[in-house]
Design a protein around this ligand. Structure first.
Ligand SMILES: Nc1ncnc2c1ncn2[C@@H]1O[C@H](COP(=O)(O)OP(=O)(O)O)[C@@H](O)[C@H]1O
Ligand SMILES: [Mg+2]
Length: 316
């Protein structure tokens, strides 16, 4: 280890907080996702700083940052890249914005399904294949996608298969009264402050390595799987969470433990991440939806009803 990795995390948080007021939950989920080598989906109403928080985070962690503002006329090649043929018969690969250390995929649900699929495939495989030739994405490479929570004209909701590829999903809420006052009061600074890169890709790779060494006891894994299975078996659930949800919860919990200065995961880590790891990977049955049941309700109920394995309770 070349540096104090805890200080890297603090530096990133401080830098992001130069611009973004509050939003502690999203800042934390961005770090957890980065440390787990995952991708983050941020949903929320317009004007709730989705783009701002993703952009500032990307700038703070350094490396190469790219942004795609999705529109319905965007083609897969606009994401992945293409071959340019030269007059002498040779060809050159022009890489698309997906070849970045951080890609901000803004308003993802405005892209057509084909273009969404091209992005999601690249995210999942860390590579892009064009005309039979495979190109590796750089390390680290993280996608932060933003979108509006509702459909509406000109949007194409992600399929469950696609949203399953996001490690976590964050909800960008309206700010509390106090924060909103701070935002308007400091808007001139917010709009002009320079965000510096406070780390570099090598340190991120070391962070990711360190997080893999965090201990998850068999009892904690038992708790994770019990939670996910309870959601899957809930009678109101139409499309249940796959083992990807359990894997996400396992990985993200390790990162949260690291962030909080522990080298082992506790049930509270799992509880805290259960909603962000599950909500975007499931749907309630239409008849349950009609009665007002949402994935959120189901997740809350399962959290309340699933006991923490006995041995773990004693050590808490
Ligand atoms: N919590 C916040 N901290 C700093 N600026 C904020 C915050 N919430 C909203 N803003 C400001 O509101 C405006 C809209 O933010 P933006 O990131 O474009 O929202 P979105 O992408 O969710 O539509 C920006 O000027 C941004 O600086
Ligand atoms: Mg935006």
């Amino acid at each position: 280890m070349t540096t104090d990795l805890g200080s890297v995390l603090r530096r990133i948080l401080d830098e992001v907080s130069k611009v973004v007021v509050g939003k502690a939950d999203i800042k934390e989920l961005l770090l957890v996702t980065l440390m787990s080598r995952g991708h983050l989906l941020i949903e929320g109403y317009p004007g709730t700083a989705k783009t701002t928080v993703a952009r500032v985070f990307s700038q703070a962690i350094g490396g190469e940052f790219k942004r795609i503002q999705f529109t319905p006329d965007m083609l897969p090649a606009d994401v992945t890249g293409f071959y340019m043929y030269l007059p002498d018969g040779s060809s050159r690969f022009i890489s698309g914005p997906v070849f970045a250390n951080v890609l901000l995929a803004d308003e993802l649900n405005r892209a057509t399904p084909r273009t969404q699929a091209a992005l999601v495939e690249a995210m999942q495989e860390s590579q892009v294949t064009i005309e039979g030739i495979t190109h590796q994405l750089p390390f680290p490479s993280m996608v932060v996608a933003s979108q509006l929570p509702y459909g509406g004209a000109g949007t194409y909701p992600l399929t469950e298969v696609q949203s399953d590829r996001f490690l976590l999903r964050a909800w960008s809420a309206y700010p509390p009264q106090e924060d909103e006052q701070t935002i308007i009061d400091s808007i001139d600074r917010i709009e002009t402050v320079r965000v510096e890169a406070v780390t570099e890709p090598q340190e991120i790779l070391e962070l990711q390595e360190a997080v893999r060494a965090i201990h998850v006891s068999p009892k904690v894994d038992e708790y994770i799987v019990s939670l996910v299975r309870s959601v899957r078996e809930n009678p109101d659930v139409l499309a249940g969470p796959s083992p990807r949800a359990s894997i996400a919860l396992h990985k993200a919990s390790r990162a949260l433990a690291f962030l909080e200065g522990r080298d082992y995961v506790i049930p509270d880590d799992v509880k805290k991440l259960f909603l962000p790891a599950l909500e975007h990977r499931m749907r309630a049955k239409p008849e349950a939806e009609m009665e007002g049941v949402t994935p959120w309700n189901i997740i809350e109920k399962v959290l309340k009803e699933t006991p923490v394995p006995k041995q773990l309770e004693a050590t808490e």
